[in-house]
Design a protein around this ligand. Structure first.
Ligand code: 5AD
Ligand code: SF4
Length: 434
């Protein structure tokens, strides 16, 4: 709390989703534009920005233990808490952890000003959700990795009963078409070969002309040096025909779809306010597979939602069997303060039951992931080289289906290499350049 001087070095640490990774990059660009220097070592920085996640309890607790650790081992840094914990807890963080700056996800363009305020010893808290876009106030993109993120949509109006996002990120807002296309071009000029369009409900992206996400993808398809397009994360109800068709028609659109379902029982889906059913979800996947037969499917699951019975959980397992996912995320239900499900205390599932369900679900998902990887054995595909591997001459990259592939090659980061898959492990593939 005693950071009377303006910081010269900074470190940004992002927790949680890919949108936080994107926000973290943009905050780093903001600080650099102020003349501050980035450092990889949080303990050596004058300013540490913790870009937090509030989606589950553990994520929140991590922030407080990180603050404790920084105070003990760090350079007596100025501490800024950004992200969804900042939005949800506001003043409470200042009280509990005595941090210098608190800035919500819709206000981080004001970070330099807040840091200056804190350096003058003034209170620096901004959790406003202004209608004017923060994006216009951010500096231009300069140097980026071959796989870059681009936030096109933020917030959520779906109000699933377990989820804090509608409260921390606010209402669904789409960035304007031209701003996105311009940023995509800047990313490609700065070295991106693949762009992942991000949004809490990215497939709800739209503009006044009704362009829809598929129209945006069609525009990005025309950027000559952009090789790959992805998008995440989507809601089943926003999976429109045009987007499904794009999977058949746009070569640069990678054969991968992350479409969370959360549970396999209609009773549970209704209690979650998901507004789709098991059957309507499966029908969407059928149409996507008809458009792009080799598509890799992904999803999110919550086990132990309040009142979930063993029979209802079994419906989640049978849905997994029916789909055959390539890779998934699965979580134990975590009550989030202020959400409707957090009040369903009479239906809370005991910890050991949750653990058992999560274990069984993950065993099924791991089995399917291993099978999906095994099915790529002997196939040839393009791999986008992203970084060096552990061994000399080894490089790591991603297949079109988002699997990690390692190979020996003298190709450079950012190259696309034609590869034959020669080994398939549950979590990665090995390839030979051809
Ligand atoms: N408890 C557990 N998992 C949650 N998710 C969102 N809210 C909760 C919660 N309260 C999961 C959902 C969502 C993913 C991003 O996080 O599966 O799709
Ligand atoms: Fe949360 Fe549901 Fe919105 Fe996803 S769709 S961000 S789970 S409220």
């Amino acid at each position: 709390m005693n950071a009377p001087h303006k910081p010269k070095t900074f470190h940004v640490k992002s927790f949680g989703c890919q949108m936080n990774v994107y926000d973290g990059e943009r905050m780093a660009e903001l600080m650099a534009a102020q003349g501050m220097t980035a450092t990889d070592d949080a303990n050596a920085a004058d300013l540490v920005v913790l870009n937090t996640c509030h989606i589950r309890e553990k994520a929140t607790e991590k922030v407080y233990s990180d603050i404790g650790r920084l105070r003990k081992h760090g350079n007596d840094p100025m501490i800024a808490v950004a992200g969804c914990v900042a939005q949800a807890e506001g003043e409470e963080i200042v009280r509990r952890a005595k941090v210098d700056v608190v800035v919500g996800p819709q206000a981080y363009h004001n970070l330099p000003e807040l840091v200056s305020k804190a350096a003058r010893g003034e209170s620096a808290l901004d959790t406003d959700m202004p209608l004017a876009s923060k994006f216009g106030a951010l500096p231009a993109r300069r140097r980026v990795a071959p796989g870059a993120f681009l936030t096109v949509q933020e917030g959520c109006d779906k109000f699933c009963t377990y989820c804090v996002v509608p409260y921390t990120r606010g209402a669904e807002v789409s960035r304007p078409f031209d701003a996105i296309v311009d940023e995509a071009k800047a990313l490609v000029d700065a070295g991106a070969r693949e762009i992942t369009l991000l949004g809490q409900n990215v497939n709800a992206w739209d503009d006044e002309a009704g362009t829809g996400l598929h129209g945006l993808i069609a525009a990005l398809d025309k950027i000559p040096d952009l090789a790959r397009i992805r998008y995440t994360t989507s809601h089943p109800n926003d999976m429109r025909d045009g987007l499904i068709r794009a999977h058949a028609e746009v070569e640069k659109l990678m054969p991968f779809l992350h479409l969370p379902v959360q549970a396999g029982s209609d009773r549970v889906l209704k209690a979650m306010n998901r507004s789709h059913t098991r059957d309507s979800y499966l029908k969407i996947l059928d149409r996507v597979r008809a458009a792009r037969p080799d598509i890799a499917l992904s999803g999110d699951f919550i086990v132990g939602f309040p009142h979930e019975t063993e029979a209802e959980f079994a419906e989640t397992l049978s849905l997994v069997d029916a789909v055959g996912y390539a890779q998934c995320f699965s979580f134990k239900y975590s009550p989030r303060p202020g959400t409707p499900a957090a009040d369903m205390t009479d239906g809370f599932i005991p910890g050991e039951v949750m653990d058992d369900r999560l274990q069984r679900l993950q065993a099924a998902l791991n089995r399917d992931q291993a099978a999906f990887n095994a099915a790529t054995l002997g196939k040839t595909c393009q791999v986008l080289i992203e970084r060096k591997g552990k061994l000399p001459g080894q490089m790591l990259g991603k297949s079109p289906w988002l699997q990690s592939v390692h190979l020996m090659t003298d190709a450079a980061i950012g190259d696309l290499v034609e590869v034959e898959i020669v080994r398939a492990d549950p979590n990665s593939l090995a390839g030979v350049a051809i």
